[in-house]
Design a protein around this ligand. Structure first.
Ligand code: IMP
Length: 199
């Protein structure tokens, strides 16, 4: 298969855009949907895979270029997997992650959690990456990182729910980790490693 030399990184989320660009080889030309004046499609799927495919298919068709898209989110076991595919929507129309994080803690409060008991509030980040070609061919891959929700928000790096997620085996949140350290272990890089042969 012909190696990809130019690609749309199909997201309007700046944090995600940066992280996907960092995973891709340096020599590939990366294009943002913003540069092409393309809005995001509605995420009408019921799973990460469906939504990831919707985005990749939409941008590749509209932009007539290979596209990589991600659908991802935080799944908290105690909340039956919420916010899950609604992770972005929990931040409201202004995409304010203080709102989303407050919502997480408010929902968890309903369970009378005693964080001092060191009982783990298990959670995972899930990413589905899809690569779609203008002829409709599509390849998808899922990556998961397990961890827990921290007692309080910590750290300034990253984006989204990073300040409240502590990956298993660490005692720092994703937002306290250096971005390079996060990329080595996170859900997106795990999904990417399974399709890196495409690039
Ligand atoms: P969507 O895939 O664009 O619908 O949005 C996924 C949402 O999940 C993002 O807006 C983030 O808030 C959250 N999310 C996904 N991956 C990460 C991550 O690596 N760190 C923090 N939040 C993330």
């Amino acid at each position: 298969m012909k190696k990809i030399s130019k690609i749309i990184v199909g997201t309007h989320n700046e944090g995600k855009f940066k992280e996907i660009c960092a995973l891709l080889p340096k020599n590939i030309i990366k294009i943002s949907p913003k540069n092409l004046n393309l809005p995001s499609p509605d995420e009408t799927g019921n799973t990460f895979v469906e939504n990831s495919k919707i985005k990749a298919e939409y941008f590749s068709k509209k932009g007539n270029l290979v596209t990589i898209s991600d659908d991802s989110g935080l799944a908290i076991d105690l909340l039956s997997g919420a916010p899950g595919i609604y992770s972005s929507r929990w931040a409201g129309p202004t995409n304010d992650f203080n709102i989303a994080i407050n919502k997480v803690y408010n929902e968890l409060k309903k369970f009378n959690i005693d964080y001092n008991e060191k009982k783990k509030i298990s959670a995972k980040f899930i990413s589905c990456l899809s690569v779609c070609w203008p002829d409709g061919k599509i390849v998808s891959s899922i990556g998961i990182i397990e961890g827990k929700i921290s007692k309080e928000r910590k750290g300034n790096n990253g984006f989204g729910y990073d300040p409240i997620f502590i990956p298993s085996g660490y005692n720092k949140t994703f937002a306290e980790l250096d971005s390079k350290e996060k990329f080595k272990i996170d859900h997106r890089s795990k999904a990417f490693s399974k399709i890196s042969n495409l690039f």
